[in-house]
Design a protein around this ligand. Structure first.
Ligand SMILES: NC(=O)c1ccc[n+]([C@@H]2O[C@H](COP(=O)([O-])OP(=O)(O)OC[C@H]3O[C@@H](n4cnc5c(N)ncnc54)[C@H](O)[C@@H]3O)[C@@H](O)[C@H]2O)c1
Length: 319
């Protein structure tokens, strides 16, 4: 799909970050969009931003929908048909996602399943619900957001990310198998799997809100025990560090994630749309993602060793 003008796009999780970036780029080119999110205020702000640059006549609708709840996804699809007066869509961006569910061994089952539910079942339910509308289009494209955690299942050898990685591997496997299915049975519909590296968004703060867990400033001493244990495992003594200093440290990491990333959500969205225009089925976003992909392929056996992360950081420093 070379031109997005006059097309209809559905974007999940467009309240902030990459989804907001996609909505902004698409509407500025005259693409009609239906966006969903669980955070209504953020979604309304996305619409306001889009309206500033969208040409007259561009339809922008907002929908409250939890993508992990199939009945809400079906209602969302019905609302899109009704409000856009359409029986087709051209683009489905399965973008909504959260972090969480870090350790399978130590974490709570409810958090693990909520993370997996959004990151995998969200993609599955939306693709099921919107498939007929994509098949009804003259040209369609499904864009599923996985992650570098779709081919590398941690954030480093000492940082667990089990629910997220499991879901993102599933999204990648689903997209690749769908690619073959669509080529055989619906060649007018394409699929891409998006694998971003580090993008500066509010995903960590949003994850706390959605999982209803405390932000660093509100973390109790009890909650900080596991953080202390983790620091001790990294051979960082914590007996002289106060709870408040640990809270500040966690907050600093969160702020660095958002503010010191190589790419913004808007820039990531631009790269994703270029990939769609070029019919790329694998869309790696960022130099870090390209490098990691190459390194895991070159030496998969070593991917979860400390030396792998050290080499990755050395390689990134060269770029
Ligand atoms: N930021 C990164 O470094 C990074 C890296 C790799 C992959 N990703 C993926 O990119 C996608 C977008 O993330 P982002 O970084 O822009 O984060 P973000 O938090 O800024 O955006 C995600 C949006 O999804 C929404 N959302 C969460 N759960 C939802 C649900 N159940 N139903 C509907 N909406 C829901 C959030 O409210 C938020 O608006 C996610 O799938 C994420 O896993 C991000």
């Amino acid at each position: 799909m070379k031109d997005f003008k006059g097309r209809i796009a559905v974007i999940t999780g467009a309240g902030t970050g990459i989804g907001r970036g996609l909505a902004g780029h698409l509407t500025s080119m005259g693409c009609h969009v239906a966006i969903c999110d669980v955070m209504t205020e953020s979604m309304v702000e996305t619409r306001r931003i889009c309206e500033e640059t969208a040409p007259a006549g561009t339809v922008i609708t907002t929908h409250e929908c939890d993508v992990a709840d199939e009945s809400q996804v079906i209602d969302f699809c019905e609302a899109v048909k009704d409000q856009h007066q359409t029986n087709h869509i051209n683009l489905l961006f399965n973008n909504a996602g959260i972090g969480g569910g870090a350790s399978f061994v130590l974490g709570e089952r409810a958090e693990w399943e909520r993370t997996f539910g959004i990151d995998w079942f969200g993609v599955y339910y939306c693709t099921r619900a919107f498939m007929l509308l994509l098949l009804n289009s003259s040209e369609g494209h499904i864009i599923n957001t996985s992650s570098v955690n779709g081919f590398w299942a941690c954030m480093g050898p000492a940082v667990t990310h089990t629910a997220y990685s499991t879901a993102k591997f599933a999204v990648k496997g689903f997209s690749e198998s769908l690619l073959v299915d669509l080529r055989m049975n619906a060649p007018h519909v394409n699929v891409s799997v998006v694998m971003p590296g580090h993008i500066g968004t509010s995903i960590i703060a949003n994850t706390h809100k959605i999982l209803d867990t405390n932000l660093p400033a509100d973390m109790t001493s009890e909650e900080l025990v596991t953080r202390r244990e983790w620091l001790e495992k990294q051979e960082i003594p914590t007996e002289d560090i106060s709870d408040d200093d640990i809270r500040d440290l966690i907050q600093q990491n969160m702020d660095d994630f958002t503010n010191n990333a190589p790419l913004s959500g808007e820039e990531a969205a631009g790269i994703i749309l270029d990939g769609v225009r070029n019919k790329q089925w694998r869309i790696l976003v960022g130099d870090d993602a390209h490098r990691l992909d190459q390194m895991v392929r070159e030496n998969p056996e070593n991917a979860y060793d400390t030396s792998f992360l050290d080499n990755f950081q050395i390689e990134l420093g060269k770029e």
